[in-house]
Design a binder for this molecule. Sequence first.
Ligand code: GDP
Length: 365
Amino acid sequence: ALKAGIVGLPNVGKSTLFNAITQAGAESANYPFCTIDPNVGVVEVPDERLDKLTELVVPKKTVPTAFEFVDIAGLVRGASKGEGLGNKFLAHIREVDAIVHVVRCFVDENVTHVDGKVDPISDIQTINLELILADLESVEKRIDRSRKNLKGGNKQSAMEVEVLERVKEALYNDMPARSIELTEDEKAIIRELHLLTLKPVLYAANVSEEEVADADNNPFVQKVKEFALAENAEVVPISAKVEAEIAELEGEDKAMFLEELGLEESGLNRLIKAAYRLLGLYTYFTAGVQEVRAWTIRNGTKAPQAAGVIHTDFERGFIRAEVVSYHDLTAAGSMNVAKERGQVRLEGKEYVVADGDVMHFRFNV
Ligand code: GDP
């Protein structure tokens, strides 16, 4: 399953946020592929399209798609030099597909800040520096290796060295690898290194309970937004403390509490949606009377592999898929009307699944 890792300095609210995530808890029976680990929380992805399809089909059961949040606590200044449990935590970050970086934007004298004052930009830079230093080490090692191969007149190695030198230069200037413009070929070279600063990032700006309704006017949040803009990263203001309280409520109580706070939607929902976008994921749907369900694929996935997300047998025995777009299906109002309108297509092995496709697979067992 795809994973987003939660990182940040100590005492910024990571555990509080992570507890809210696990409290809000997904029905784990629906997601047998997910990891069972105290540091991993499974979240369901809210999707209005799934609600609409449920109204249309009236199935016995509706199942959202899900991904995992991993709590990567313990990242401190000096991690790249092995401080704290440094290298172990960097290894955990290497395994995630995207990073949610929690930054402290709340002031509370009772909660110690590791550097003595609330300064989200300095916090971000502290963490980023550790990731950059770790990447520099990987890049330098690789450059040495490529240079050795260069002696044989290897063209590929020459290109590698050129790209790696550019990445090194950026890292030396405190710029993350994701900020460099690269061609597809260059990206392929870089990808092998599993660089930490190549992973997409979003900043979760943790604000106090009092400020959550008007978080955009919090000066710390504004600073984080400015910083993120330069990096092309997104910012989600959230109050970890409030989310922990919301996670304990259900149904009407939850709706009332959100209204009292002046919120349309829980911060956690906004964070989940933003992280899902950040992971660059697409959703397709299956819509039968037994179950209406959302499934996650990467952009560019072909029909058989998309079927394989449901079950490996579906991929192995794939014959073809009946496909209708979410928009056509909901505009038609029923599968039969969509068929009459000629909007249900038969697609084969080479079909690239689009976001929002409603799919029915034919396969041999
Ligand atoms: P972590 O070290 O990043 O995991 O931080 P924790 O989640 O353990 O939070 C550290 C302390 O900050 C705890 O005492 C939390 O109750 C407190 N805290 C977290 N979020 C907020 C918040 O939004 N406002 C206030 N006042 N305290 C918070």
